[in-house]
Design a protein around this ligand. Sequence first.
Ligand SMILES: NC(=O)c1ccc[n+]([C@@H]2O[C@H](COP(=O)([O-])OP(=O)(O)OC[C@H]3O[C@@H](n4cnc5c(N)ncnc54)[C@H](OP(=O)(O)O)[C@@H]3O)[C@@H](O)[C@H]2O)c1
Length: 268
Amino acid sequence: MTDAPPPSPRRALVTGASLGIGEAFARRLAADGWDLVLVARDAGRLDALATELTARHGHRVETIAADLSTDEGCTAVEGRLAAEPVELLVNNAGISLNTPFVRSAVADETRLVRLNVLAVLRLTHAALGPMVERGHGAVINVSSVAGFGVPMPGSTYSASKAWVTNFSESIGQSVAPLGVRVMALCPGYTRTGYHERAGIDMSRTPMWMWLRAEDVVDEGLRDLRKGKPVSVPSWKYKLAVAGLRHAPRRLLRGVSRDSRGRVGRSGG
Ligand SMILES: NC(=O)c1ccc[n+]([C@@H]2O[C@H](COP(=O)([O-])OP(=O)(O)OC[C@H]3O[C@@H](n4cnc5c(N)ncnc54)[C@H](OP(=O)(O)O)[C@@H]3O)[C@@H](O)[C@H]2O)c1
């Protein structure tokens, strides 16, 4: 009798994996025994993380340096997903802008939509084909509580995340009967350096509102296992989202205008 070959490790692709929530996904999945493909623009940072994770956990960790706000960047990652299908795709890369819509350059607004919306659509499409064929697999699209219909003055960020949440729920419904899950992960404020990088002043945000990236990932993966279509980490934000869903829109508009000023900004 011959020994059965050892089960091959599962493979996941994580975008925006060099920092923040994406890096926390990479660290957690590597520790859980996944092979990884990590995507971001900064090749040096990605390679350093890949070397560290391979040394620590002994699994295959590859990198793709790609700008997902460009056609070439998306095409490179789509090609990788076609050549070597994955069991889990985490569409995490996303940006905010620190300029109100009327004052921002249309090139920056377009870049935000290309990364936060178009890349999510393209990579989800590329990953789902093989998953549906095999009858298993999952996609986590990192959205935001800002996507729950809060009209943030002057912001295209909240609109982009509303799209991600609705898209994930819609596509998730259509592929669930085929054994494949799509989940929107909707964190609140998470300490990653994201706002600092976007030049957004968060000094007045109370401490209790901040989440840890590791906790966001932990709860997101737990909700994925439970088959939830939308994951909102932390009871504080679950309560907030329940309120947002039932509050009159006129009230929400008033609150968000008062907290962000008349012209607004595109924060996360
Ligand atoms: N932090 C929060 O408070 C918060 C709250 C709700 C939702 N979110 C969402 O969570 C996700 C991750 O946020 P985060 O706080 O972890 O952000 P982060 O710390 O700024 O990290 C962003 C990651 O995305 C990569 N990235 C940025 N632009 C890219 C591009 N054009 N192409 C490819 N990769 C790109 C960055 O690496 P490179 O610069 O090397 O490309 C980095 O790895 C985003 O979708 C964000 O909207 C964040």
